[in-house]
Design a protein around this ligand. Structure first.
Ligand code: ZN
Length: 250
């Protein structure tokens, strides 16, 4: 039997055909939920469901027992290449999903955790006000002004020595509040999910728009806590002069 017949037997199998159509319908519903929801958590869940349902028919075909059993009679080489392509695609996706966690682990190992001092106390007190778990504050030993946060598991805020040298105390606090605003919104997870949205261009555009909105919300949070947008605005001006377009994104 030729491999083309495998495809034919797949689409003429009512169960697999309807599973595939159903999966694509769910992918569309998840996309609608992604655009319709306001909460970041719901948005994130909808995005992953969308990618999953989009991939599901592919995986279903890749693991289609009928075809696998026919490997001997199929055009083995062509069939194996197809299975390898599908498996590689899934592997790349899984690796991309894991990459941010590996990155944060490495950054945590390479940075110094601040447990005492005025900045650590400021973060603990601001986290209490925001009603979030107090984030671990890490200092990266580089002259580049950097700040970003990560909210899955133990929330973490990373700031660089360069950032603290460049900004005044109030401006550094504004940046820390901006990051706490992100952690409260869980927006770092949304930023880290950009690669997941690569598989669906429509979701990609929605995600970019959402990220811009969350940047503004984090700025507004910092301004509200400080009673003025002066410090966050000045902090951004200083960072822009270093050609850093955004704070807290990577
Ligand atoms: Zn930000």
């Amino acid at each position: 039997m030729m491999c083309g017949e495998c495809v034919q037997s797949f689409v003429t199998d009512p169960l697999k055909l309807w599973l595939s159509i159903g999966s694509l319908v769910f992918a569309l519903l998840a996309l609608a939920a992604f655009f319709g929801s306001k909460a970041t958590k719901t948005k994130l869940g909808a995005l992953y469901l969308h990618v999953f349902f989009l991939l599901f028919p592919v995986v279903l075909y890749g693991t289609y027992g009928g075809c696998a059993a026919m490997l001997d009679s199929c055009e083995t080489a062509r069939h194996t290449i197809w299975l390898a392509i599908i498996t590689s695609g899934i592997s790349i996706l899984v690796s991309l999903l894991c990459a941010p966690f590996v990155f944060v682990r490495r950054m945590a190992q390479r940075s110094r955790r601040l447990e005492n001092g005025s900045l650590a106390r400021f973060v603990a007190s601001a986290a209490l006000d925001a009603r979030i778990t107090s984030p671990a504050l890490h200092v990266i030993d580089t002259a580049k002004p950097i700040a970003f946060s990560f909210s899955l598991g133990t929330p973490r805020i990373f700031v660089s020595v360069g950032l603290m040298d460049l900004l005044s105390k109030k401006e550094t606090e504004a940046v820390l509040l901006h990051e706490i605003g992100h952690i409260a919104q869980k927006s770092s997870m949304l930023a880290l999910s950009r690669h997941a949205a690569l598989i669906s261009p429509v979701a990609w555009f929605g995600l970019e728009r959402e990220l811009d909105r969350e940047e503004r919300t984090a700025d507004q949070y910092a301004a509200r806590r400080q009673g003025s947008n002066k410090h966050i605005r000045k902090a951004k001006q200083h960072l822009n002069s270093y050609r850093l377009a955004t704070i807290g994104r990577f």
